[in-house]
Design a protein around this ligand. Sequence first.
Ligand SMILES: [Zn+2]
Length: 150
Amino acid sequence: MLCPVCHIGETRVVDSRDDENAVRRRRECQSCKHRFTTYERAEAPRLFVVKKDGRRESYNRDKVIGGLRKASEKRPVSESAIQGVADRVERELYARGESEVQSTVVGDLVMAELRGLDKVAYIRFASVYRSFTDLNSFQEELAQLLAKTE
Ligand SMILES: [Zn+2]
């Protein structure tokens, strides 16, 4: 694999770790010494997400990760925690054994994970993803959450 920074150097693996779902490798560029991480995963079976307006699109892990990163901005949520959430959500989705899933199901799974991980990230994600229909339902959710953490 070529170095993503200098695009010249060949990289070598300096560390390799086997997680449950992926092989994580630290690589170092032989030329500029830049270090980066790669994840190797088995290719998942095809899964479609059906959106609220009925459109279908291929399940995209990057979208889930993007939403998680955005919600977790400036919060003490590590990259590996984010990857872990995506792993668990995917496992759950594929365990259903269906070729398509409603987008709300994906959102609910992510929210359930975030809830246990970081309250602020959860609220941020929930307010975007669920697009609370009115202020009352949002306040209800917030009150429930606060009651549970006290
Ligand atoms: Zn390089």
